[in-house]
Design a protein around this ligand. Structure first.
Ligand SMILES: Cc1cc2nc3c(=O)[nH]c(=O)nc-3n(C[C@H](O)[C@H](O)[C@H](O)COP(=O)(O)O)c2cc1C
Length: 202
């Protein structure tokens, strides 16, 4: 049973998310693509960090990272995540919760190929989340990789790629006067592609 208050921002929360993101970019928002990603270990210990929103693919939010990082290890064991985006310039917040899958190799390859060469080398050079002796060590690794791939296309490392967060719920929050804010939570309908929508007290 779908509840659809007439004053919701729209019937498809991912379309609204994209529209809000583009609106924030248009307003010159600082880093509208920065989103907080929360993961948890199987025994329920949460951790959170910022990753960059790389768009919607296959109905999911796409981000890229190192597959051996702490977040990736947590996601391999417990493939669920929460994401938060905040667009301060428009007083809007988006909260997403859902299941997580690795992007396909082709999806990760396509994104990796679009990155500047220096960023591609950094993906190779960084054993993300593991101890590193010094900044010099990182720079030397990057330099050595630059020489290794001189004159060649830098291939995507197997340990680096995308994840897709498939939303099961999305909350759209709009700042309003006197802290009487608007909150709409969208939940995937049990059958089909639709969403049920409920207004929550702020
Ligand atoms: C603005 C900003 C953007 C970031 N974007 C990414 C990103 O897209 N992917 C990523 O793996 N880490 C990104 N990071 C670094 C992460 O916040 C984090 O330090 C790193 O991924 C390691 O996290 P982990 O040890 O929990 O796996 C970003 C950090 C900041 C501050």
């Amino acid at each position: 049973m779908s509840i659809f208050p007439s004053d919701t921002p729209g019937s498809d929360p991912l379309e609204v998310l994209n529209a809000w993101y583009e609106d924030a970019r248009g307003r010159g928002e600082s880093m509208p693509d920065a989103m907080t990603l929360a993961t948890a270990t199987l025994d329920g210990r949460p951790s959170a960090r910022i990753v960059l929103f790389k768009g919607i693919q296959r109905g999911a939010l796409f981000f890229v990272t190192n597959y051996q990082s702490r977040k990736a290890v947590e996601l391999e064991h417990n493939p669920r995540a929460a994401l938060v985006m905040h667009f301060a310039s428009s007083q809007r917040q988006v909260r997403v919760e859902g299941s997580v899958e690795r992007a396909s190799a082709a999806e990760s390859d396509a994104y990796f190929a679009s990155r500047p060469r220096a960023s591609q080398l950094s993906a190779w050079a960084s054993a993300q989340s593991r101890p590193v002796a010094s900044r010099d060590e990182l720079l030397q690794q990057s330099q050595a990789l630059d020489e290794r791939f001189a004159g060649a296309v830098v291939p995507r490392p197997e340990f680096w790629g995308g994840y897709l967060v498939f939303p099961e719920s999305v909350e759209l929050w709009l700042g309003r006067p006197d802290r009487l804010h608007d909150r709409f939570v969208y939940r995937r309908a049990a059958a089909g592609d639709g969403w049920s929508i409920e207004r929550l007290a702020p």
